[in-house]
Design a protein around this ligand. Structure first.
Ligand SMILES: Nc1nc2c(ncn2[C@@H]2O[C@H](COP(=O)(O)OP(=O)(O)OP(=O)(O)O)[C@@H](O)[C@H]2O)c(=O)[nH]1
Ligand SMILES: [Zn+2]
Length: 341
């Protein structure tokens, strides 16, 4: 029996939302699971109206696919590593089918807005998140940078700060402000080679997040020649860029070693479930010190017995690093939903 016929018959009755959770009925897996040997492995690079565009990892072929029903509505997102069966030639008009998705190493979720209180996963398997911020035109907004950094730390995705348009304003203040966080800060302008950025992205799956107009598309077009991201188009009416797609798009780096994932329309990531403790985990040096904090310490400056203050007093921690951490965590309490303009 072909895998297609088999899975259609066998899985039609399974709750689509059960994907990713243990099956309710436990049947011997090896016996019941469709045999997908011969399936191709690809990365989901973008999603458009129920069609999943995938790039096969071996051949690099672009394949358009549907998704097995049992994977559920949110079962496949950009960045996923998918098992694909059927016609994977990529030829015009062909349609393959995603039958399985590998467990995700990380998941970034879209900010909830006023009309949509739920958070949706948007990008899977990124191990880095590059916040792209212009030094001028538009000016940097530290509050927003901090919110995005919190989301990155919480999702266990290593943040990078990229400061664009260095030809228009000096980066020194922002660099000084973010260096104590221990994240790489790179500066770009049109006349500067991108060696440093290339090196940071090589071998990684990096999500790029930035407000419209900061030069994210310009950067991607330089990193991935032929990516053809539309640039410079700020819609006068909506104030938003020309990208109307809500799907992220993954682009393989020319070296073949690594991916960048552009996230049009994503201004920030939801923080509603994030706790100071989850952010603290990303700051391992501070986390070690905070073991000595009293129970329930929020590590804010108004906590009388926070061990982080003691560490600064002892000289074991620089005041700049503590201040940066507290500012970042402060973004959690200051957040207002659907802000970010
Ligand atoms: N001076 C200067 N201008 C730049 C630089 N990078 C990009 N720009 C310009 O800034 C404008 C916005 O650049 P985009 O690359 O379209 O910005 P974006 O962040 O992708 O914005 P959207 O396309 O709206 O999502 C364009 O006019 C670019 O030419 C830079 O390093 N220096
Ligand atoms: Zn504390």
């Amino acid at each position: 029996m072909s895998p297609v016929a088999r899975s259609a018959g066998r899985y039609a009755d399974v709750d689509p939302d059960s994907f990713g959770r243990p099956a309710k009925r436990s049947r011997p897996r090896t016996k019941d699971r469709p045999d997908f040997t011969g399936a191709q492995t690809g990365r989901v690079i973008t999603i458009d109206r129920g069609r999943y565009r995938c790039q096969l990892l071996d051949a690099g072929t672009m394949v358009t696919a549907t998704k097995a029903r049992r994977l559920g509505r949110k079962g496949v997102i950009v960045g996923d590593i998918a098992r694909i069966v059927g016609d994977t030639s990529g030829d015009e008009g062909t349609l393959a089918r995603i039958v399985e998705v590998e467990p995700r190493t990380t998941v970034l979720r879209r900010t909830a807005d006023d009309t949509d209180p739920s958070e949706r996963p948007i990008v899977a398997n990124a191990d880095q998140l590059m916040v792209v911020t212009a030094l001028a035109d538009p000016p940097p907004r530290p509050g927003m940078i901090d919110r995005i950094l919190v989301a990155a730390y919480d999702a266990d995705v290593a943040p990078i700060l990229c400061l664009t348009k260095a030809d228009l304003a000096a980066p020194d203040d922002i660099v000084a402000q973010y260096t104590p966080l221990g994240l790489p800060v790179v500066v770009t302008d049109p006349d500067r080679a991108l060696d440093e950025v290339d090196e940071l992205l090589s071998g990684h799956v990096t999500v790029l997040v930035g407000h419209s107009g900061v030069g994210k598309s310009t950067l991607i077009n330089r990193l991935v020649p032929g990516a053809d991201r539309s640039t410079g188009a700020v819609n006068e009416v909506t104030g938003r860029g020309r990208h109307t797609s809500t799907s992220a798009i993954a682009l393989r780096l020319p070296s073949g070693d690594g991916w960048v994932i552009d996230t049009p329309g994503v201004r920030s990531f939801g923080l509603s479930h994030v706790t100071p403790a989850s952010v603290l985990e990303a700051f391992t040096d501070l986390a070690d010190i905070a073991e000595a904090c009293p129970r329930g310490c929020r590590h804010t400056s108004d906590e009388p017995e926070c061990a982080l203050d003691d560490a600064v007093a002892r000289g074991d921690l620089t005041p700049e690093r503590l201040e940066s951490f507290r500012r970042i965590v402060g973004a959690l309490v200051e957040q207002s939903p659907a802000d970010s303009h």
